[in-house]
Design a protein around this ligand. Sequence first.
Ligand code: AMP
Ligand code: ZN
Ligand code: FE
Ligand code: FE
Length: 279
Amino acid sequence: MGAAVDRRVDLHTHTNFSDGRLDPEELVEEAVWHGLSALALTDHDNVEGLERFQAACRQKGVEGVDGVELSCEHEGREVHIVGLFIKPSEAFCALLDSVKRERELRMEKMLSRLSEIGIEIPMEEVPQEAGRSFGRPHLARALVERGVVRNVGEAFARYLGDQGPAYVAKSRFAVRMGIDLVHEIGGISVLAHPGASGLVDRIPDFAALGVMAVEAPYPKHTPEEERKVRALCAQHGLLVSGGSDFHGNGDGRDLGQPPIGYAVLEALKERLAEVRKGT
Ligand code: AMP
Ligand code: ZN
Ligand code: FE
Ligand code: FE
């Protein structure tokens, strides 16, 4: 029993297929280094890293969970819906392809906003590998490289935050659609970081929209927020998930933190088995 009790999981991470720093292989190596038994890759609106992720997991003996983090919207606010154990269909991948193209256009718009206030950054300086998903963190890094700001946090505070002069909103799925999309591709839907999104009190709304789980352990959640999320989950028949939201950029979100026991994944897998049996 001892070993089983000690097993740890992290069900929310990013690679450089979206706005993380590491390759899928490097992410899995890091998971091994931290002694994690299971790991979910949940890149923003992108599933293209999953194949390499799974290959690396098999090689390193880590249990890999295929995931995604969809940018959604509810009553004008950004809501992130994570899908776990997903099996992306062709239609789903085509949809994400159009999101990716929109993110590229949005990046160009943010660069022209910066240009209007005298900060010239050419597209080539935005550190993203061709064909992957652009996000604001890429632009933040370009601003650091140029010496415009000292760090990523300052880039968001001064230019890229929701109220910042270079901010351009991205198109987002209605949260109901995000949840349905995850279910259509066989996944478990999870409301991501409700505390960080200011949505803890709205958990009953998301339960009504069909979400199956909510992240309770999360680096930016206060103990009080985590307790409240757990209580609401129990009240509304929702499962608990959680993770580090690791991006590999030294922003204080470290892989495997906060520690999450394997029992959390076990419960999600039991639910998945029920869903797939059609109960
Ligand atoms: P985007 O999807 O392009 O709008 O970028 C959103 C991502 O930017 C989030 O998932 C975070 O990883 C990152 N982010 C948002 N706000 C901040 C902030 N204040 N400091 C650092 N990273 C942030
Ligand atoms: Zn991110
Ligand atoms: Fe998120
Ligand atoms: Fe995330």
